[in-house]
Design a protein around this ligand. Structure first.
Ligand SMILES: Cc1cc2nc3c(=O)[nH]c(=O)nc-3n(C[C@H](O)[C@H](O)[C@H](O)COP(=O)(O)O)c2cc1C
Length: 286
């Protein structure tokens, strides 16, 4: 599937994602009210590789959410709504609209690292994670996935999310980072710092998935720096059962999805297995 925030804010975006050959689509994180996000610049391509962004959870708010979900369903895609909030009430409100719109699953954004009061500010506290996941999980039988990121508490937060009723965990979000212009001597992003994505965070994602799988063996959606089948395979070996592609979808997305799937298929049979499931978490048995 795509990673949240890579398109997914409008019905048009969903139609575009549908053309990439993904098994499921994830919406942009929706908050109750529309958010404009930060002033530009909001995304920087790094000189070596990867990106740093501080978009500020810009999204059209719950009014447009039913149309976005309807588009995904119309196109026959499993449609996962990414839910944001700065309070328990907001998470419940956005989730309720997503469920009423027919979302197949909810992914709770407990990990955006650059928007004060949202994401990681909530997800780095295991007690908050438990409360938000429990409140949203008790709304319906629709599966709830908790998306967590890098913090001192990621293993504990993962445990609390599962205890609260999460059916799976998406790991990881972008990683806090910043970039400074050497002539003006100023931080480049208007928010000063942002979240790094792409190849530089891949080994971090592998470690987080590995650590969490080792502790709880939950169902994990692996995300972070996947650029080819090898980076996808590493996350599977660490413990991921499904994958999301983010930054890498910015160039030739259809070709990327096809080549990851093709590469994984060949890899599985070369190792003598028939199903990807047999390779999930295999690095723990070596
Ligand atoms: C421009 C941009 C916007 C993003 N917006 C969201 C978002 O709204 N919600 C969310 O949970 N993650 C968001 N993310 C994080 C991605 O979903 C993903 O976790 C992260 O980029 C790591 O994957 P990648 O290295 O494949 O890009 C965003 C990432 C980028 C680059």
């Amino acid at each position: 599937m795509n990673a949240s925030g890579i398109l997914g804010a409008t019905p048009e975006h969903i139609a575009k994602l549908a053309s990439y050959g993904l098994a499921a689509v994830v919406t942009k994180t929706f908050t109750e009210k529309p958010r404009e996000g930060y002033a530009p610049p909001i995304i920087i391509k790094l000189r070596n590789c990867g990106y740093i962004n501080a978009v500020g959870l810009a999204n059209p708010g719950i009014e447009l959410l039913p149309q976005v979900v309807r588009k995904g369903k119309e196109l026959g895609l499993v449609t996962i709504v990414s839910v944001g909030g700065s309070s328990l009430e907001e998470f419940v409100k956005v989730s309720t609209v997503a469920l009423d719109s027919g979302a197949d699953m909810l992914e709770l954004n407990l990990s955006c690292p650059h928007t004060r009061g949202y994401g990681l500010d909530i997800g780095s506290d295991p007690t908050n994670v438990y409360e938000v996941v429990k409140a949203v999980s008790s709304l319906s039988s629709t599966p709830v996935i908790a998306k967590l990121g890098v913090s001192d508490n990621y293993v504990k937060s993962s445990g609390k999310a599962l205890e609260g009723g999460a059916k799976a965990l998406t790991l990881i979000n972008t990683v806090k980072a910043m970039i400074i212009d050497v002539y003006s001597a100023k931080p480049i992003l208007s928010n000063v710092f942002g979240g790094m994505s792409g190849p530089p965070i891949h080994p971090i994602a592998v470690k987080v998935v590995y650590d969490v799988y080792k502790e709880y063996e939950p169902e994990i959606v692996g995300v972070g720096g996947i650029v080819d089948w090898i980076s996808a395979a590493e996350l599977i070996l660490a413990g991921a059962e499904a994958l999301q592609l983010g930054s890498a979808l910015s160039t030739k997305p259809r070709e990327l999805v096809d080549s990851v799937l093709e590469g994984l298929k060949e890899w599985v049979s070369e190792l003598g297995y028939t199903r990807i499931k047999d390779l999930v978490g295999l690095a723990h048995k070596k």
